[in-house]
Design a protein around this ligand. Structure first.
Ligand code: FAD
Length: 503
């Protein structure tokens, strides 16, 4: 058992909210430590639909504050991380006599275009699906659509880039360290972590504690803090399926279902289409969440209402599920529970404070972090001003509209790599791709080949710089190369990592 200095802040949870708060606070000069019990983004933050969006649907629930903040964040985040975030156009087909009249959708999209923050993203327009290529994969009953702008994010990469940046700014980042207890002692928090890799136990002291454990936020309060009867969040499961690509157009589709819900069909990792999501209350441990047969049927049926060629369960190549930790506002239906976040500080005068984070979206994580650090400043004293708007995440130091030229530069510097490999490296690492490829002059210089476009040089970077430990970390979170490797190839990577890749 070892002891460390007293941190200003100790953050529980390495999802987008915990990593975002740690980065913001470290950048303002607070001393920060963060513990993640598993891998970064292994909870909800890799299970999202991956949209940087205002949330058109939330307008129906009058969530104007959230929608406005989220709309404003789209371009702020795109500028901050133009490698892992990019604009996406959405095609919203509509039918006469459908569940929402055209005027209502048009009004929603008008608000969407004008509520704020849109400078580079193009405005909404109307499409004639009999002429536009977007109509080709759809059933001929759909003759009209609206096309509007939102953004796309590689969610798991955005999390790890926040963790890296927090570390670069001085934070201590602990992966696979579970917080097992937290109690107030001698005017500080005394926090115990247990390594999930070797069982070692550490204690840490901090002036303030942040509980950003996402869907585990109540479990942490009950387990680590020993509280009774904690019911702050409502857990809502959402699942996605991935099928071979249903269309070649770069635009995504927004489909309205007869039950008033919506799903998206999104171009995914070049060769695939991502379809989701569902919305149902969940009562188990968030780590056990899996897609159910009913959800598969629901998603296949909903998409098949629109696509000429039906989506069948046998077309599914991968699926994933996540649990939304929604602040429990007592709404009757899962899809009506608020998507906004709530930050609550606890602690009597003189006691070390605890900040609990409830809810939140990937899209609003930077603002959530700013609001959280404002509360931290109120509780333990101000250090620096807000700084993350206009900042860059590691590898994102290029103009938001210039991703294509970063790819061209990379191919010029490394003419032996194929275009789709260069594009993937830029989409994952931005300008850091050059550090990964280093002095390589031939493809063989990248070391062992694992399948897909994955070579040893990249795996070593992920182990040494991004805390990757297992094949799952590499194949399904740091990259999505899991979609391209055969089971034997994935096994080869697993053995390599178990034998100590970076040794
Ligand atoms: P998490 O990512 O779950 O992070 C919490 C972390 O805490 C976990 O990694 C966990 O391992 C760790 N932890 C728990 N207990 C402990 C402990 N005792 N010690 C140490 N660590 C611990 N948002 C959008 O903006 N756009 C979307 O398109 C979108 N789509 C979504 C679709 C679905 C199906 C879902 C489920 C969510 C979606 N969201 C979307 C919302 C977004 O994904 C979440 O709000 C966000 O990821 C929550 O992040 P978090 O950091 O709060 O939680």
């Amino acid at each position: 058992m070892s002891e460390h200095p007293i941190y200003d802040l100790f953050v529980i949870g390495g999802g987008i909210n915990g990593c975002g708060i740690a980065r913001d606070a470290a950048g303002r000069g607070y001393s920060v430590a963060l513990a993640e019990m598993n891998d970064f983004a292994s909870g909800t933050s890799s299970g999202a639909t991956k949209l940087i969006h205002g949330g058109l649907r939330y307008l129906e629930h009058y969530e104007f504050r959230l929608v406005r903040e989220a709309l404003m964040e789209r371009e702020v985040l795109w500028q901050m991380a133009p490698h892992v975030i990019w604009p996406l156009r959405f095609v919203l087909p509509f039918q006469k006599g459908g569940i929402r009249p055209a005027w209502l959708i048009r009004l929603g999209l008008f608000l969407y275009d004008h509520l704020g923050g849109r400078k580079l993203l193009p405005a909404t327009k109307t499409l004639d699906l009999r002429r536009d290529v977007a109509g080709r994969p759809l059933k001929p009953i759909f003759s009209k659509a609206f096309e509007y702008s939102d953004g796309w994010v590689d969610d798991a990469r955005m999390v790890v880039l926040n963790a890296r940046d927090a570390e670069i700014r001085g934070a201590r980042i602990l992966s696979r360290a579970r917080v097992t207890s937290a109690r107030r002692e001698d005017g500080h928090w005394l926090i115990t972590t247990k390594s999930q890799r070797n069982g070692s136990v550490e204690t840490h002291r901090a002036r303030m504690l942040v509980n950003a454990a996402g869907p585990w936020v109540d479990q942490v309060l009950a387990g680590a803090f020993g509280r009774n009867n904690v019911h702050n969040v409502r857990l809502v499961q959402g699942s996605h399926i991935v099928v071979r690509k249903k269309f070649s157009d770069p635009r995504a589709y927004f489909f309205q279902n007869p039950d008033n819900r919506i799903i998206f069909a999104i171009p995914y990792e070049g060769d695939f289409t991502l379809i989701g999501t569902t919305d149902q209350d969940y009562t188990g441990d968030p780590k056990d969440v899996r897609i159910s047969a009913q959800e598969v049927d629901y998603l296949c049926n909903a998409a098949s209402e629109y696509f000429q060629e039906p989506v069948r369960s046998e077309d599914i190549v991968w699926s994933y599920s996540g649990v939304r930790p929604l602040y429990d506002d007592g709404a009757s239906k899962a899809q009506e529970a608020t998507r906004d976040y709530v930050l609550k500080v606890e602690g009597q005068d003189g006691e070390p404070p605890l900040l609990n984070v409830f809810g939140g979206k990937l899209t609003t994580y930077r603002r959530l972090a700013e609001h959280a650090v404002e509360k931290i400043a109120d509780a333990i004293g101000e250090k620096g001003k807000s700084w993350t708007a206009g900042s860059r995440l590691p590898g994102g130091d290029f103009d938001a509209t210039a991703a294509a030229s970063v790819v061209v530069d990379l191919i010029k510097a490394y003419p032996f790599i194929q275009r789709h490999h260069a594009e993937r490296l830029v989409r994952c690492y931005g300008t850091d791709a050059k550090q990964i490829l280093g002095a390589a002059q031939r493809i063989e210089d990248l070391g062992r080949y694992f399948g897909g476009t994955l070579y040893e040089a990249e795996v070593r970077w992920l182990v040494e710089r991004e805390w990757a430990v297992s094949a799952e970390d590499v194949l399904w979170r740091r990259t999505k190369q899991g979609l391209f490797l055969t089971p034997e190839e994935a096994k080869g990577l697993d053995i390599y990592l178990r034998m100590g890749a970076a040794a």
